[in-house]
Design a binder for this molecule. Structure first.
Ligand code: NDP
Length: 452
């Protein structure tokens, strides 16, 4: 049976849920998108006629495979892995790999779907994809992680390539994992190409790639505030997570004169009313990257701070909130608490960290809300720049890459304003702006190709 075209979001979502049962995260991501894009499609019937939304929500393909590896005691272990190649209309598939026990087809489809429009917003030639495994790197030795990565790449290498699909890191996949994966690809294919991004500097990595998502999120937040003749300087900022995105968001917020008072991990959050300055941040990076420790240890080192077990930081009074941990970490209740405490800007460093009801609450209460596909696009943007440097066989300086990143974040902000500002007196609807701007480029390419 073919997919029945629908003109209304409700009808469209019913069909999508029926075709994709048991995939709540994917449903949530599509609903947020369809709600703002459907009226635009109705105003532009050529998109309706070509059934672009129906086509966009079916991935080009999904690869599911088994990863077998041996632990340090020689036990055989089995994990499941996926690569969702969602849409390559404007460039090779591009999107990270996630290693976490919660990884499922639903999570990867939501992430891959978001990635299509995020990549389009950067203005770079990148399609959308995502992948990962339910492998849990926590508590594993370096050797175990290496054996897992080598085994995973043995299968994945058949499906990726510099002109086909270029994965990167995500939750649980950092410099260590990318190095193991790249090494195995190079060995199997006997070629040294930019098949992964987020690589180490000695083998084709880009300066600023590690920092890019966190920095980009703060640049986007600064653009939002500048549009209101304000700035992040002097603002109190609450950040969740303590991984790659969170730590570099702290670094850039500090550079721009803000005071960051929280960080978290899956065991709880720390509140440091004095602010997490450069020295404290260096200690956290060492804790997380080298010792792979827990954020709760922060209060032993810095006793003025407090640790709040199994809680999220959204009860702490702040001007700016940057959720940088994972999906659905700001509920409607959390959003109401943030609003009651006077938050004025929320920018998503993580992917879909705010539940839909929370997004509506922010918008209804005039909170400027920067959605993930715009606010955290800095990471993939610098991944795109890493691909360009690999193709050119040269490396740009830190200053050059940072300048390009700032320009890309400014451009994304301008696109959101173009499609999301109804009048100067109303707050910009960044969700609508990002969705429509990201959609147009991909949809126009699809129409150009005909019915494929
Ligand atoms: P990391 O693995 O470096 O860090 C993830 C952080 O989030 C850790 O502090 C982790 O705590 C916490 N976390 C993960 N899962 C949960 C959970 N279920 N509940 C509470 N806390 C959790 O990942 P990244 O910093 O790279 O990614 C963070 C977010 O940013 C993700 O949504 C990712 O998709 C998004 N993103 C990342 C990009 C990148 O370049 N890295 C690019 C664009 C988006 P713990 O250690 O306890 O698990």
């Amino acid at each position: 049976m073919w997919i029945e075209p629908c003109k209304e979001t409700e009808c469209f979502m019913k069909g999508l849920q029926k075709r994709n049962p048991g995939q709540p995260e994917f449903h949530q991501a599509v609903k947020e998108f369809a709600e703002t894009v459907m009226p635009f499609i109705q105003e532009n019937p050529r998109y309706q006629k070509a059934q672009i939304l129906e086509r966009l929500t079916e991935p080009d393909r999904v690869i599911i495979y088994r990863v077998v590896w041996q632990d340090d005691k020689n036990n055989v272990r089995v994990n499941r892995a996926w690569r969702v190649q969602f849409n390559n209309s404007i460039g090779p598939y591009k999107g990270g790999l996630r290693f976490h026990p919660t990884v499922s087809l639903s999570v990867l489809k939501f992430l891959g779907f978001e990635q299509i429009f995020k990549n389009s917003l950067t203005g770079l030639p990148m399609g959308g994809g995502k992948g990962g495994s339910n492998f849990n790197p926590k508590g594993k030795s370096d050797d175990e992680v290496m054996r897992f990565c080598h085994s995973m790449m043995t299968e994945l290498s058949r499906h990726i390539g510099q002109f086909t699909d270029v994965p990167a890191g995500d939750i649980g996949v950092g410099a260590r994992e990318i190095s193991f994966l790249f090494g195995q690809y190079k060995r199997l294919r006997n070629e040294f190409t930019g098949v992964l991004t987020g690589k180490g500097l000695p083998f084709g990595g880009s300066l600023i790639r590690t920092e890019a998502t966190g920095y980009g999120c703060v640049y986007f937040c600064e653009n939002i505030l500048n549009h209101r003749n304000d700035s992040i300087k002097g603002k109190i900022v609450a950040i969740s997570g303590s991984g790659n995105v969170a730590t570099y968001a702290v670094e850039k917020a500090n550079h721009l004169g803000a005071k960051v008072v929280t960080l978290s991990d899956s065991s709880g959050f720390i509140h440091d009313p004095d602010g997490i300055d450069a020295e404290k941040l260096a200690w956290i990076k060492e804790l997380k990257e080298k010792r792979r420790g827990r954020i709760s240890e922060y209060v032993n080192q810095f006793p003025a701070a407090t640790f709040h077990q199994d809680q999220r930081p959204w009860g702490v009074t702040c001007d700016v909130a940057l959720p940088c941990a994972t999906q659905n970490e700001i509920s409607l209740t959390d959003a109401k608490t943030l609003i009651a405490n006077g938050v004025s800007v929320v920018c998503e460093g993580a992917n879909m960290p705010t539940e839909l009801e929370g997004v509506y609450a922010f918008q209804e209460n005039g909170v400027l809300f920067g959605p993930a596909k715009a606010a955290n696009a800095g990471g993939v943007a610098v991944s795109g720049l890493e691909q360009s440097q690999n193709a050119l066989r040269l490396s740009w300086s830190r200053a050059e890459v940072d300048e390009k990143l700032q320009t890309i974040m400014q451009d994304i902000h301008a696109k959101c304003v173009k499609h999301g500002e109804s009048s100067k007196s109303q707050p910009v609807n960044y969700v609508k702006g990002a969705n429509i701007a990201g959609f147009i480029k991909v949809a126009d390419a699809m129409i150009g190709y005909g019915a494929i």
